[in-house]
Design a protein around this ligand. Structure first.
Ligand SMILES: Nc1nc2c(ncn2[C@@H]2O[C@H](COP(=O)(O)OP(=O)(O)O)[C@@H](O)[C@H]2O)c(=O)[nH]1
Ligand SMILES: [Mg+2]
Length: 247
């Protein structure tokens, strides 16, 4: 297993014909969505311009997320009840695999991620360098966030490094990519937000080759409104240890 910072090569950038630019054929983008009616349609419309296989998993939203996603996405799945981001991702990944996905990308519904980063995440996987790439907002340009949020994210990184013993630089970034082989082997059992740490644990347990790729996270007014409270962070820790004890 190796964990390095990976930048795309020219050869990587020209691979793939089905969904230009530079996104390899057989890529499925899984978008977990919970109460994102105001932005899901725009996010999906931008995604389908670069990749035809976009799977939205409406996680039991109480607003118009499902209807908005249906207007733009080729595939929309729905949880009858809100189960959490981890469960929504697992549902979407299983669907993508059943549809024959060769690569699976996970992409948040709130417009925080940049479409241009997807190709860079996939390049090291399609060229066989690794099976998983994790987006890191701390490897590229300086991130413009409040000192408190930065401290919380750094703490999450420190915690992950200590507990999972994987030297990541960003522990809770929703932008990731998996080869089919990795997606088949990873089974997210933590329904809620602690799935991010669980994925990193699985990388270590299965000794999967992984790399980190610099990505940009856009902190829009909308996404900042949803920033988690201290109670939310404690809940993530609690969920993480419960899952760990059970596996
Ligand atoms: N907060 C939350 N997000 C969910 C849930 N289910 C799916 N999601 C989606 O998971 C993604 C990340 O959620 P968000 O709250 O923005 O987390 P953050 O960006 O990591 O702080 C978004 O696309 C949400 O719509 C859920 O139960 N709670
Ligand atoms: Mg967000």
């Amino acid at each position: 297993m190796k964990g390095e910072t990976l930048a795309p090569t020219q050869e990587d950038a020209t691979r793939g014909q089905e969904c230009p630019p530079a996104i390899p054929a057989g890529t499925f983008v899984v978008v977990p969505a919970y109460n994102e009616a105001t932005c899901i349609e725009r996010v999906v419309r931008e995604l389908v311009r670069v990749c035809p296989h976009v799977v939205v998993v409406d996680d039991g939203s109480r607003d118009g997320t499902y209807a908005a996603a249906r207007r733009a996405a080729p595939y929309v799945l729905q949880h009858a009840l809100n189960r959490g981001q981890g469960a929504a991702l697992q549902t979407g990944i299983e669907f993508a695999l059943r549809r024959g996905a060769r690569y699976v990308v996970t992409f948040d519904a709130d417009g925080q991620h940049c479409i241009e980063d997807i190709a860079a995440l996939l390049a090291p996987i399609s060229s066989g360098k690794c099976d998983i790439t994790l987006g890191s907002r701390f490897l590229g340009e300086a991130v413009r966030i409040t000192p408190l949020r930065k401290a919380a994210l750094r703490l999450a990184v420190l915690f992950t490094r200590l507990v999972s013993r994987i030297p990541v630089t960003d522990a809770h970034n929703g932008l990731r990519a998996f080869s089919r082989r990795a997606a088949e082997r990873i089974s997210i059992t933590n329904d809620r937000m602690a799935h991010a740490s669980e994925i990193i644990d699985i990388i270590r347990q299965l000794n999967l080759p992984y790399g980190e790729v610099p990505v940009k996270v856009e902190y829009t007014e909308y996404s900042l409104k949803k920033v988690r409270s201290l109670r939310g962070a404690v809940r993530i820790l609690f969920d993480y240890f419960v899952t760990r004890a059970a596996t």
